[in-house]
Design a protein around this ligand. Sequence first.
Ligand code: ZN
Length: 198
Amino acid sequence: MEYYSKQISQLAEQLASLPGIGAKTAQRLAFHMIDMPEEKVEKLAETMVKARKTIRYCRECFTLTDQELCPICANEQRDHRTIMVVENPRDMSAYEKTGKYEGVYHVLHGAISPMLGIGPSDIRLKELMHRLEKDVDEVIIATNSSLEGETTAMYISRLVKPTGIKVSRIASGVPVGGDLEYIDEVTLLRALEGRVEL
Ligand code: ZN
């Protein structure tokens, strides 16, 4: 039996399909939207569509951007010879928030996970190796300290080592299984400064 109009149920269902939004929250959001001024809802929908249409991957580091090159890759003040490898754009922004890292990034968009059937060719590894053909001094592996993150780190170090480029791994101190984006800036900085060469 339908308690509410079909549109509200549909809206709630759509919202519930988003990550981290359960049925209850979805329903609350749906009712909230109904109460919002129409222009505000239009603005929200428009922003979502526009973002989806214009945002793409940076040609160099594969983070999300609305330009061909993201602001970090386009910045000549950054040290383009130091590349920090992260799993996703959220990890990248976590490091950016520290304001202390001057190199550039490479976003893998995932990590190797034999259990989930995610192999090296499913993440942006080939693209990383391609970047290493240019002048690069160091690759800092900042994947998460989860099993997948460690597997990926090991795999990358094995790929990079034969090139003679220095490979390092951010220090532990980042809690095991911890997602980088939830770790405070001080801990992130300590992990970066205490990185060990592989
Ligand atoms: Zn970039």
